[in-house]
Ligand binder design. Sequence first.
Ligand SMILES: [Zn+2]
Ligand SMILES: [Zn+2]
Length: 379
Amino acid sequence: MIFDKKKLIEFRQDLHKFPELGFMEKRTKSQISKILRKLNIDVHEGSGILGILKSGSNKKLIALRADIDALPISETTNHNFSSQNSGVMHACGHDGHTAMLIGAADILASKRNFDGTVIFIFQPNEENGLGAKSMLDEGPLSNLPIEEIYALHNLPGEPVGQLSTRHGLICSSESLFEIIIEGQSCHASMPQMGKDAILIGSEIVQSIQSIVSRKIHSNSGIVISVTEFITNGNRNILAGKVTLKGDARAQSKEERIAIEKFIRQISKGIAITHDVSIEVKFKTEFIETFNSKRPTDAVIKIGEKIGLNVTPNRKPMSFSEDFAHFSNCFPGCFFLLGNGEKEPFSKPLHSSYYNFNDDLIEIGRKFWVALVEDRLPKL
Ligand SMILES: [Zn+2]
Ligand SMILES: [Zn+2]
């Protein structure tokens, strides 16, 4: 065994110091593959890293995923391991997820106390929802008969030692939309001579907010936000063009289709009212993440077995997860581990003040090892 608790924390903090954005995880990947090779694990490098560890004669395969990318955020914490890469930060704890899986690979490769094959997936570019698909498209992952696949995420604000998950839907989808309004600019003192795209854009923003509660039930879990309002107006020039951009989260494909339909319907109606042209673009970046029964039952059982406080039926998360692409191909379970209720560990994900709690590394490592020993038992 290479890593004791202290060394694993140092490994995590080193990744934290040199974070890399999606599909640019060069140093991170080389650190990971170096360790896996030392552990005599078969390494396949593509956009991410696949480690394959066989033990015994059982043909069963299970896969464990960690994400390795960072975010375009300027870190404002004050550690001696704070980000040295300007404008890039591990603000989602993927450095911690990677350390947990490396720690588990270390124990599993050294002890080989299981019978079967474990696939360690270190996936790139989770944050933009592109990494899982790229690994699946490259092969050999998609051709492997993986029976179960698992991934975890830390969750600030919930206590350390708490594991939560649920059967069925666990994370929402994310769709991005863009609405382009072509009005007519004119002199600000004579607005009746033009077609004010700001006024028209404002009507659309307000009407979109009526989709949840007036067109779709307020219990749906749908969140729709307009996040950008871009105009070509100026001091005394009425805006002729407005581009609205926004983000929609849904918990089913049907809801996703309904959101798109209503945004198009609202835009069309307002375009007719004001005699302007309005173009709508709508693209789903992340699909919903679903948990299958068998792996979810296993996560609940192992969480309890290693002494965690397990919430087996938490509410679905409004955030999205690229793991959805993996669990769409193989039966999977995505679950959450509390990162701490108190400062600084309660600072939210994707914040420049976010802090991954190093106490989680041993919990995650212990969980992964116990899960593998349960799913691939040595007879
Ligand atoms: Zn994130
Ligand atoms: Zn994340």
